[in-house]
Design a binder for this molecule. Structure first.
Ligand code: HPA
Length: 252
């Protein structure tokens, strides 16, 4: 396996269009099975691995994803860089549905998730990993260049608030996230980012706004908003990732 870059796809991108599948890797880890096979494939002539975070058919809810197995399996395959694609609700004015963001930091509001490899079992490390910066600076720089090379607009950077789900937030919860400094809200950004840090993987999040946070605009159905914007956002993600992979970023 020559791939060192992995893409984790979430809501709206459960398989990668145009990925030429070479081999699905079905791995077991000491933390159990990952969400599904790690799909080794070729994209634009380059080797990559794709993992559907919610499993085949999008069946695993955010709080039930085996994040430890997913990240451990990627590390075991030899992956060193992970771009995590996440659908989010926009909170900041600048992140309307259909827009992309490259979060620079996060706040973790999740509870009850297996969130560390330092879990007290025999042989487990006791790691107080640093989360500053929360995401890998070099990979984020490459993503910025890839956006420029592909003509895809990154609306901003900002802070991702991660809630437990699977329910959406109340309007008061969104106002609280806003006061806390969150620019967007999603359900899968943690513990994924922290586990990647524990495993020494370079990890960055590409967030796609698919709705406004609850109560912020309109008053229509959030699900209708998601329906209307998700395909547009994911098309831009694919263009940006194609540029990242083809190395267009290096020559931009
Ligand atoms: N809240 C939390 N997670 C989400 C949202 C939201 O509004 N939209 C997409 N993922």
């Amino acid at each position: 396996m020559t791939a060192t870059l992995a893409l984790i796809g979430g809501t709206g991108i459960n398989r990668w269009p145009g990925l030429d599948v070479v081999q699905p890797h079905r791995l077991e880890t000491p933390w159990g099975p990952p969400s599904g096979p790690l799909i080794e494939g070729r994209l634009g002539g380059q080797s990559v691995v794709f993992l559907a975070r919610h499993g085949d058919g999008h069946k695993i809810p955010p709080h039930a994803i085996n994040y430890r197995a997913n990240i451990a399996a990627l590390a075991a395959l030899g992956i060193t860089r992970v771009v995590a694609i996440a659908a989010v609700g926009g909170i900041a004015e600048w992140l309307a549905p259909g827009g992309l963001a490259l979060p620079e930091d996060l706040i973790d509001y999740t509870t009850g998730r297996e969130h560390s490899y330092s879990d007290g079992r025999p042989g487990a490390p006791l790691d107080h990993v640093e989360m500053t910066p929360a995401y890998d600076a070099d990979l984020r720089a490459d993503l910025r260049l890839a956006a420029a090379a592909s003509g895809v607009t990154l609306c901003g950077e900002g802070v991702l608030g991660v809630t437990n789900g699977p329910r959406l937030e109340t309007a008061a919860e969104i106002r609280r996230l806003q006061r806390d400094g969150c620019d967007m809200v999603g359900m899968t950004g943690m513990p994924e980012a922290a586990l990647a840090r524990e495993k020494g993987l370079a990890y960055a999040c590409l967030a796609v706004s698919v709705n406004w946070g609850a109560g912020l605009k309109g008053g229509g159905s959030i699900h209708a908003e998601i329906e209307a914007s998700i395909a547009r956002g994911m098309t831009q993600v694919q263009a940006l990732i194609a540029a990242l992979i083809s190395g267009a970023a290096a020559t931009a």
